[in-house]
Structures are given as structure tokens and as C-alpha cells.
Write a protein of this length. Structure first.
Length: 112
């Protein structure tokens, strides 16, 4: 079983719009997006957030906003939703729910 950085069982990602399974690159994006969220003070303030859904939108490029949908269940609160993609820098935007993960090193080819 694949485990994430918190040693919690990781969900099986669903790929919407294509007959394929999640790629290694998709798995890397998920892992790195979770790491960014877990290091964010706003996310840390949530009461026991647990990833309940991870869906790849195969109709979009992995560098476009909305490529990877993440839903976290939060005890006693409204679920929190985010959309992750590869980009030029790491960034979590709480107003839009976008999580940009810096491309390069362990991720896809560097963006120009």
C-alpha cells in the first residue's frame, strides 16, 4: 500500500475522462500537493482533515488549474476542496482553492 507523508493510507486516485490509471507523475503531484497543504498554517488549523477524494481531470493538462481535485473531510466542519496542478512555484491559494506545485526535480519536466 502506498503511504503519504503522514503515514496515512493514501487513496486510490480516480482518472476522469480517460481509460487509464493514475500515472507516477499524478502520484507525485498528489504527494507534493498534500505536503504543501500540510505545511500551510490555514490547513494546520483544520480539525483532523482527511483526504477523501483525489480525482485527475484527464481532459486538462497537468499544468492547468483544476487538473487534480482533492477533497478533505474535516471533523465537525464543511469539507475543504482544492485543485492542484504543476506550475513555476509552490503556492496555496485559499481564496480559489488552487494548489500550485513547483515543477522540476521529482516532478514533470521544468516549465519554461
Amino acid at each position: 500500500m502506498t503511504e503519504n507523508i503522514q503515514n496515512e493510507p493514501q487513496l486510490q486516485m480516480t482518472v476522469l475522462g480517460a481509460e487509464r490509471t493514475a500515472s507516477e507523475q499524478d502520484q507525485q503531484l498528489l504527494t507534493r500537493a498534500q505536503a504543501l497543504l500540510r505545511s500551510d498554517p490555514h490547513f494546520q488549523a483544520l480539525k483532523t482533515p482527511a483526504l477523501s477524494r483525489a480525482e485527475v481531470n484527464a481532459g486538462q493538462a497537468d499544468t492547468e488549474a483544476g487538473y487534480l481535485y482533492l477533497r478533505f473531510e474535516v471533523a465537525g466542519a464543511v469539507p475543504q476542496e482544492f485543485w492542484a496542478h504543476w506550475g513555476k512555484e509552490d503556492k496555496v491559494s485559499w481564496s480559489s482553492g488552487q494548489v500550485t506545485v513547483k515543477a522540476g526535480n521529482a516532478g514533470p519536466p521544468k516549465l519554461s
